[in-house]
Design a protein around this ligand. Structure first.
Ligand SMILES: [Zn+2]
Ligand SMILES: [Zn+2]
Length: 139
């Protein structure tokens, strides 16, 4: 079954088969910069499994010099967008999908470079919505 995905401004929209071959959470320093967060959530899928609905020409791809790390993003809103890892493989950010893929994350890679605030965050209180919501309940 296909999964739709796209960016916040809706310029970039695509559909992808739920047949991902790998799912890595990368904590390297470059991916922290790319995401502004602890890690990126990279799904890999063969090239013919992704179909563009719109916005393919509204994507920029930046490749980090000296490392095999790229960042595809919508030129309008900056959200992550699929990019080619090589001629045969797309990298798709899990958060850009409209529902969860069947494949679970397989590992945390470049763990040695992680932001050390991340592990403490995993055990911090879980709020259903914002931090001041009176109805917050631990999950
Ligand atoms: Zn956008
Ligand atoms: Zn990385």
């Amino acid at each position: 079954m296909d999964i739709s995905g796209g960016c916040l401004c809706k310029a970039v929209q695509f559909s992808v088969r739920d047949e991902f071959s790998a799912f890595h959470l990368c904590h390297c320093k470059q991916c922290q910069k790319i995401s502004g967060a602890a890690n990126v959530a990279n799904l890999f899928i063969k090239r013919d499994a992704l179909r563009w609905k719109s916005g393919e020409n509204n994507i920029s791809v930046y490749t980090v010099p000296g490392r095999k790390i790229s960042h595809g993003f919508c030129k309008t809103c900056g959200c992550p967008a699929p990019y080619l890892d090589d001629d045969a493989t797309w990298v798709v950010q899990a958060g850009s999908l409209d529902r969860s893929p069947s494949l679970a994350a397989q590992d945390h890679i470049f763990w040695a470079e992680r932001g050390h605030w991340y592990e403490a965050a995993l055990t911090a209180p879980k709020c259903a919505q914002g931090p001041t919501d009176e109805t917050d309940v631990p999950r």
